[in-house]
Design a protein around this ligand. Sequence first.
Ligand code: TGC
Ligand code: FAD
Length: 383
Amino acid sequence: MSIDLFDINSLLSNEEKAVQDSVSRFVKENVNPVIQECFENHEFPSELIKPLAELGLFGTSIDGYGCPGMNSIIYGLICKELEKGDSGMRSFVSVQSSLVMYPIYVFGSEEQKEEWLPKLASAEAIGCFGLTESQGGSDPSNMKTHAKKDGNDWVINGSKMWITNGSIADVAVIWAHTDEGIRGFIVDTKTDGFVANKIENKFSLRASVTSELFFDNVRLPADSVLPGVTGLKGPLSCLTQARYGISWGVIGAAESCLEELLEYTQTRILFDRSLDENQAIQIRLADMQRRIVTSSLLSYRLGQLKDLDQMNPTQVSLAKWNNVRMALDVARDCRDMLGGSGISAEYVPIRHMLNLESVVTYEGTETIHQLAVGRSLTGKSAF
Ligand code: TGC
Ligand code: FAD
């Protein structure tokens, strides 16, 4: 029996199915064989960056500049299939597409778009997005990093924390206070005064590079500022794009755990019967299917709204909160039903579970999204 009980697959167009199938094949052939070792070795499989670009997975929603202009359902399906492999793979694509290419496309000048988007689409350049700082990521308006005008140049000082791809990036989209409010800057990471250090010893997202960034009088030309936005709505609107993708991605992680568990419970014999013959196990399996199906319907509907240009940030908060919580609970429960084997890297749930501890924190913690929904219901901000 398929996990897709409500046949969401039949809602997909031929193009959507074709992209999903090709990403699924890519993950089975290229990600699954290496990802366990990458996770254990705390390494991102950087040899897969070019093949991801060749598949056309960067900036899929952008029209032109070397990008295919595909719909939001397709972006969601890409995230889902990549995260079936590992959240680190989806993270890489989320950052490149939603957090780096999106702001350049929407807020950048024509020259900035022409300079960076084709390079980012082909992975000639890798990007990162710097918003969070060590004094508190949930409250980005409290950032200390600032950019000051000096003649025609901008000079940036400050630091950023927990930045995906930071130390492998060629270009960083950095948000900083200015006299005019928060502005976004395109920073070539070779610029003097820019330093990126990889954060070691993570127990989560080990197959993804996370870094600290430092800016010591980083001098940038006048045209490095994104001209199209001032204020927190700049970075927050990028987060909306990435959070949308995460709502889809984590469904992949949950499905990957459940698929492995179904096989295991069929063949594990305890008390003279297979584990899946027990009511208590079936109830838990059924509950996982319920959660995966309802999360999938939520993301599908969100994708429809996004393509109609009717998606709002509160819907995205609810979907990110609901679906990540769903995936984290499913992964933990799968780990438990694998018994002792569940703590082995040979099985996928513990890796997904550990990754999802980051996913529930980044792009707005669960509490932040609950408070966003609460604010929308009551009209009162309780942050
Ligand atoms: P708030 O008053 O809500 O809004 C300030 C201005 O922004 C506008 N706005 C949005 N605009 C576009 N899209 C959105 N989603 C928007 N949300 C808000 C809003 O209209 C307003 O505009 P204006 O013109 O009136 O100035 O701002 P707030 O300070 O109340 O926000 C509160 C809060 C807590 C919701 C916000 O600060 C927040 O979301 N905090 C969480 C921060 C976060 O998620 N950081 C993530 C960092 S990036 C990351 O984690 C990448 S992980 C990458 C990976 O590996 O996948
Ligand atoms: P804090 O904001 O200090 O939160 C601590 C706790 O307090 C949380 O439980 C939170 O829910 C709670 N809390 C906060 N405010 C309230 C409140 N008002 N009421 C009740 N509880 C509250 N950032 C980037 O900019 N770019 C990236 O590429 C990026 N990649 C990341 C990759 C990884 C692996 C990780 C772990 C993080 C990444 N982040 C990135 C940072 C991420 O967005 C932040 O970690 C996140 O926003 C939370 O910020 P914080 O860690 O400072 O926690």
